[in-house]
Design a protein around this ligand. Structure first.
Ligand SMILES: Nc1nc2c(c(=O)[nH]1)N[C@H]1C(S)=C(S)[C@@H](COP(=O)(O)OP(=O)(O)OC[C@H]3O[C@@H](n4cnc5c(=O)[nH]c(N)nc54)[C@H](O)[C@@H]3O)O[C@H]1N2
Ligand SMILES: Nc1nc2c(c(=O)[nH]1)N[C@H]1C(S)=C(S)[C@@H](COP(=O)(O)OP(=O)(O)OC[C@H]3O[C@@H](n4cnc5c(=O)[nH]c(N)nc54)[C@H](O)[C@@H]3O)O[C@H]1N2
Ligand SMILES: [Mo]
Length: 778
């Protein structure tokens, strides 16, 4: 079949930026950044060389054991057997039959369709929405709630501030802060590496310039984080390298100093908050006999007590913005840091002022703090899920391992269903989940695992059935983000590679085989869906006062930009001005420093006010076997696991493995030099990595980014569960608390040693063994 002609140089959108795609003879030759982007991300460069490279899944693939022995628990074979390529008609028939078997024998509750993950940009071809719409047309699925990003805050903030997302997206913009802010206290930093992305798309990267402008206008920064480069060097921030996991102690000590030195803004506390007395009694030690003063915190944080007191006084004296990174929520009792930071901000009384108060996740994405009006794009309607069963998203291994067991969540009590079939499209649990060896065991339990993906990452390798998905370069779509002002028409650049199909085409074929084609497709093809979604987007935008052109005009132009808001955003300004007319969504309408609702749940690991609970794993409890704290933060050269096999990500590896950063003292004590092959390990697992020795990280902390494709050795090598450097073989799989049950990856202790044995090379960048004979002998 001759390649369809596609316009050379038309736009595509990704979570890390907008690009023009150049093609020749039906192949992508280059992606060049969108001309409107002043500071493009290099992440996109990896795409051209892998879109049709050897790691592309080009045909439907079936695990041999699943084909030969039939569906059933895999007993270790899932993730280690070879695959058989089958033609599409047979693949569709087999998947449809298996869905029917599970539905009929076990009910739809036995299908897990949470399918968490970022997938790729584009409103229509959003893989997770496609899957959920499809599963809903055949009777539903067990779902998941909340995210891996900040589950603890998603559940806590509604109790404290009345909502979560408006508080994140409504961050006071840098445009305000450069004029009004004196002091910007960055707890968990504001790493520019993360500002490369926004979920849904990025038209223009602005964080670097916004930050430079703020500094030029006199905003002073304090980086409170174990890693120096969490605030860019040019910002000239002071660095308080506290022990990871000790932020709540620091915040309580700041509260103690404010209160004991008469610096609390009593008026704001009285007019805008409830429950201060309970919190105050705890901070002063009246309720438990321990004053949370600076000396107390200094030991826990390993900071200087005077530095803490001076910081508190300065925060009271100056116009201060407290910024708390999302990472603070991904640790043991991750509900507490945000609540404690809100309490301090309330005591300072600057919430809702221009340039003061609190912000959640500055720089965590390009959009947070940008002076933007996002475009509320229409989403693919997912229909209704008749199954009411759900799990907190990060409890997946618990669910698979312990069917029937009870769990707590936000005042509710649920139980884990018995899952027979896992269906995933657009996420990578073998990237995002903690304690991957445990997940790998749990993953053997279901009868069948079906995955749509486009490349042979660990997730695809751990499936029974891999249906090859087309990438965003192989389909038309509309990209928008409620966090970004650009709407982009994504033009198909090349034909689907090999026999890959869009998720929509795959689900349409399955729906047809199951007799529900019309219900799934609504009788529309891709272009008709795009026209429908665009019209809805236009209507929604109009309500917000944004005039969109008609669809044809938009397609011709390729993009549209919404005007910035008339007044740069200030978080909670209306509430500050008049809390009676503009109450928060909490039961009292005020900031709840004590929440009767949360207290009423009776959780010992999350009482009704912010408090210090020592993490289960942290340096304060370090052992001789695991004396170091592991930070597994977001990667600079990719988005999660995406494009780890591309040029850009691979150029940042050292000797082919993921780099792990350690402090010179810790390296010297272990005889480790820059570039050495090391083993990072604890009792859960061990991975190989290449050492980078740098005082960018505080002593006793090591940093290994997420995202290296998980590469378990094929033969059990002692102490190794990943050859490549995936930190999730080391992290703990435990909920933050009974309130949110969020992931707690950042609470993790490890040891590092030089690896002197002959090391097996990384295998995950070589495709698995595939039998391309059509069908099997039967
Ligand atoms: N230790 C540790 N672990 C973490 C974190 C941490 O800080 N520390 N962070 C957590 C956070 S915040 C997050 S959000 C998660 C991220 O975890 P995920 O969002 O699951 O990670 P991604 O790699 O983005 O997964 C997207 C998958 O979708 C596939 N894909 C892309 N486009 C398409 C498409 O069009 N169709 C289909 N079918 N598939 C497609 C990609 O190939 C990839 O496999 O990780 C979490 N895990
Ligand atoms: N390039 C790139 N950008 C991304 C992503 C990506 O994969 N790649 N992922 C996106 C996603 S899904 C999300 S959710 C956001 C996440 O945004 P964040 O959660 O802010 O990102 P992280 O890089 O995980 O963590 C930020 C910093 O927090 C610090 N930190 C860790 N533990 C502690 C602690 O206990 N105390 C203090 N004070 N600091 C601590 C670490 O030094 C780390 O560098 O990033 C987004 N941006
Ligand atoms: Mo995230």
């Amino acid at each position: 079949m001759p390649a369809t002609p596609h316009a050379d140089g038309s736009l595509t959108a990704t979570h890390w930026g907008t690009y023009r795609v150049h093609t020749q003879n039906g192949r992508v030759t280059a992606l060049t950044p969108f001309e409107r982007d002043p500071d493009p991300s290099a992440i996109g460069q990896g795409m051209a060389d892998v879109v049709d490279g050897p790691l592309r899944v080009t045909q439907p693939m079936f695990r041999r054991g699943w084909l030969e022995q039939g569906a059933g628990p895999a007993d270790g074979r899932r993730g280690s057997e070879d695959f058989v390529a089958l033609p599409w008609p047979e693949a569709i028939e087999r998947v449809a039959a298996e869905l029917n078997r599970v539905r009929q024998h076990h009910g739809n509750e036995a299908i897990y369709g949470g399918s968490y993950g970022w997938s790729s940009a584009g409103r229509f071809h959003h893989a997770q929405s496609q899957l959920k719409r499809f599963l809903n047309t055949i009777g539903g699925y067990t779902a998941s709630v909340n995210t891996y990003s900040y589950a603890a805050a998603e559940v806590t903030l509604p109790h404290v501030l009345g909502s979560f997302y408006p508080m994140v997206n409504g961050a006071t913009s840098w445009a305000q802060m450069r004029k009004h802010t004196d002091l910007f206290v960055a707890i968990g930093g504001i790493p520019l590496k993360n500002g490369q992305v926004t979920n849904g798309g990025v038209g223009q990267h602005v964080q670097r310039q916004d930050l430079l402008d703020a500094v030029a206008d006199g905003v002073r920064l304090i980086n409170i984080s174990p890693i120096r480069s969490d605030v860019m060097a040019e910002a000239g921030a002071d660095w308080l390298p506290l022990r990871p996991g000790s932020d709540v102690a620091l915040l309580l000590a700041i509260a103690h100093t404010l209160e004991s030195e008469g610096l609390t803004n009593q008026q704001f506390i009285a007019s805008h908050t409830v429950g201060f007395e309970r919190f105050r009694d705890y901070v002063l030690g009246h309720s438990d006999g321990q004053a949370k003063d600076a000396d107390w915190a200094a030991t826990l944080c390993q900071l200087d007590a005077d530095d803490i007191r001076q910081l508190a006084r300065r925060m009271a004296r100056e116009r201060t913005m407290i910024s708390v990174s999302w990472s603070l929520t991904r640790q043991d009792y991750g509900e507490q840091p945000y609540w404690a930071a809100i309490a301090v901000a309330a005591m300072l009384g600057q919430i809702g002022t221009e340039g003061g108060g609190i912000g959640f996740g500055y720089c965590a994405m390009n959009a947070i703090g940008a002076n933007y009006q996002g475009i509320p794009g229409a989403a693919l309607p997912q229909g209704n899920n008749p199954v009411k069963q759900f799990i907190p998203v990060a409890r997946i291994a618990d669910m698979l391992l312990n069917p029937g067991e009870r769990f707590d969540y936000n005042g509710q009590s649920g139980h884990y269903p018995e899952i027979k079939l896992v269906y995933w499209a657009g996420g990578n649990p073998f990237h995002h989940h903690q304690d991957l060896d445990r997940l790998r065991q749990a993953w053997q339990r279901p009868d069948t695992v079906i995955v749509h993906d486009w490349c042979w990452n660990a997730h695809a390798r751990h499936a029974d059935i891999v249906l090859p998905a087309a990438t965003h370069l192989e389909r038309n779509d509309i990209a928008s983000s409620s966090r970004d002002p650009f709407l982009v028409y994504m033009t198909q650049a090349i034909d689907p590679v090999g026999e890959s199909r869009t998720d929509y085409a795959i689900f349409s074929a399955l729906a047809k085989a199951l007799g529900v084609e019309e219900a799934f497709t609504d009788g529309l093809d891709e272009s008709q869906w795009l026209a429908r979604l665009y019209d809805e987007t236009r209507d929604k935008a109009a309500v917000q006062g944004i005039e969109l052109p008609d669809f044809e005009q938009f397609r011709q132009q390729g993009w549209f930009e919404a005007e910035p808001p008339r007044q740069p955003q200030v978080l909670m300004q209306a509430f500050r001005r008049d809390p009676e007319t503009h109450p928060l969504g909490t039961p009292t309408g005020k900031i709840e420093l004590f929440s009767a609702t949360v207290a009423g749940f009776g959780y010992d690991d999350c009482p009704g006010y912010p408090c210090w609970i020592p993490p289960r794993e942290w340096l304060g409890g370090a052992t001789a076997a695991t004396p170091l704290h592991l930070i597994s933060n977001q990667p600079r050269t990719k988005l999660h696991s995406q494009l780890d096999h591309g040029r850009h990500s691979r150029s940042a590896k050292l000797n082919g493995r993921e780099p792990v950063m350690l402090h010179p003292d810790d390296a010297a004590a272990r005889g480790i030099r820059h570039g050495d092959l090391v083993r990072v390990f604890n009792h859960r697992g061990g991975c190989l990595a290449s050492a980078i020795v740098s005082d960018d990280v505080r002593p006793q902390v090591v940093q290994l980014s997420t995202g290296a494709w998980y590469d378990p050795p094929s033969s059990p090598a002692s102490g190794l569960s990943c050859l490549h450097g995936n930190p999730n073989v080391l992290t703990r799989d435990q909920g933050t608390s009974r309130l949110a049950q969020g992931p707690s990856a950042m609470s993790c202790l490890v040891e590092v040693e030089r690896y002197l044995e002959p090391a097996t090379p990384v295998t995950v960048f070589t495709p698995p063994t595939i039998d391309y004979r059509k069908g099997i002998a039967d």
